[in-house]
Design a binder for this molecule. Structure first.
Ligand code: ADP
Length: 429
């Protein structure tokens, strides 16, 4: 463990620490961020009313629209003279949102990424092949700082230029790599295409995140690259990667949220009311220690559940894999749909690969989804049994009839280095 005192802190002590940090945070933002002062005053809430995490529900949510309305710097709680770095969200869903860090924020960022890397299997003395994009996106520099703090040698490859990635993975012999799961799929396929046996690579651990993924992709990447692949989650508004991380020895049980810094809630997406542990809803974070860009109850839009795992090594709460963003959720003939649900069904059927996309189009007046999915190479794409099987399984598990189109291997677009969109919406709205 990178920081056992914190990572194994008894829950009672962790709550006391969170409460103390929350009180200080609320006082701080009330005094320094006009947006929060106005928000509190409008509903007659006073910082003294927030004494523990139990009081959080009294505070309104902060949403992405609030960040946009205060673009670029109005939510900063520190003068520019104390800001040491500025990042922006990758703008997947519109205009980027701008975030700032003091030196202490950068130290916290390094700490949580170091914890995450350790949790994923990385150790001091190992080398990190960092294929997250460097730049405004928090992925590249975030992983870089945390790996340095852990005592690793960072190879700052950044995303893209796949040929070069393959050469570096072979020649520089990194033990750990990080990138998006879709790019890990690309890299694994490119090695296979060239007939390179990944057993000969030094890389043992892959830390994958920045987009939703399921066990289907984990299996493909683990087999293709011969690595242990774990999930890292984060978002620029909260800090960047390293908000949560899956332990390599606890794969499939969820990712630890470093809740000494990021206090999570899961709320109903329609009512905003807190949901019990284990129930799926919108993930909301309060940044307990951030100085430059603190957020109270930030509505991430990401759908998952949170729960304590009694069999886990650490005491911190876990989150399930993100199913998708609520603003990416498709509503098809009244049924809510995330692409990860289709991915899970594909995973259950032999001879299909998790290279797929959903095409959404109008069929007359109705919205319809067509699933394009690649088969493994020995299978004919007109195989009606396979088509029927997938269609039926989707109908049974998701409750929607979808058209199925089997495709030959390597015919569906791949990640070129970053996040991959698996939905093509042709409805032209
Ligand atoms: P943008 O919102 O523009 O994509 P970020 O680069 O900050 O900006 O991305 C953060 C978002 O990426 C998260 O809110 C979430 O939707 C997604 N994300 C990050 N890590 C994961 C992960 N491990 N699993 C699923 N989704 C993730």
């Amino acid at each position: 463990m990178y920081n056992p005192k914190i990572e194994k802190m008894p829950l009672e002590a962790l709550r006391a620490l969170q409460n103390e940090r929350l009180s200080a945070l609320v006082n701080r933002v009330y005094q320094t961020v006009r947006f929060y002062k106005k928000q509190f005053d409008q509903i007659g809430l006073h910082p003294a009313d927030i004494r523990s995490v139990e009081d959080l529900h009294k505070i309104p949510f902060t949403k992405k629209s609030d960040l946009r309305a205060n673009y670029p710097y109005q939510l900063f709680a520190k003068p520019m003279a104390e800001i040491r770095r500025i990042h922006a969200s990758s703008g997947t869903t519109g205009k980027p949102t701008v975030v700032g860090y003091t030196q202490k924020d950068l130290d916290v960022f390094d700490e949580v990424v170091a914890r995450s890397l350790y949790c994923a299997g990385a150790r001091p003395g190992m080398k990190l092949h960092n294929a997250y994009g460097y730049g405004l996106f928090t992925g590249g520099l975030g992983m870089h700082g945390g790996a340095t703090k852990l005592g690793m040698a960072v190879i700052p490859v950044s995303g893209g230029m796949t040929e070069r990635q393959l050469t570096i993975l072979q020649d520089f012999a990194p033990e750990v790599m990080c990138c998006t799961p879709s790019y890990a799929q690309t890299l694994s396929e490119e090695f296979a295409k060239r007939g390179i046996d990944t057993k000969d690579l030094a890389v043992k651990y892959a830390v994958l995140g920045a987009e939703p993924w399921t066990e289907a992709i984990r299996q493909q990447v683990e087999a293709g690259l011969q690595v242990d692949a774990t999930n890292i989650y984060g978002l620029s508004e909260i800090i960047g990667p390293g908000v949560s991380q899956e332990d390599v020895e606890e794969k499939g049980t969820g990712s630890y949220i470093w809740e000494d810094h990021f206090f999570p809630e899961v709320v109903d997406k329609d009512t905003g009311l807190a949901l019990p542990y284990g129930e799926e809803g919108v993930l909301v974070f309060t940044t307990l220690t951030k100085e430059a860009f603190p957020l109270l109850r930030y509505w991430t839009n990401d759908i998952c559940s949170i729960y304590y795992d009694k069999n886990a090594k650490r005491t911190h709460i876990k989150m399930s894999p993100i199913k998708g963003r609520s603003d990416d959720m498709l509503i098809i003939r009244g049924v809510n749909l995330f692409h990860t649900q289709v991915e899970e069904v594909i995973h259950q059927i032999a001879f299909l690969s998790p290279n797929y996309r959903l095409i959404v189009e109008k069929k007359g007046a109705m919205d319809a989804v067509r699933v394009e999915v690649e088969t493994s190479k020995e299978i004919d794409i007109n195989n009606q049994d396979l088509i029927n099987n997938l269609r039926q399984k989707i109908k049974d598990t998701i409750g929607l009839s979808m058209d199925i189109e089997l495709k030959v291997p390597h015919s569906i677009p791949r990640s070129q280095g970053g996040k991959l969109s698996r939905i093509l919406d042709k409805r032209g709205r």
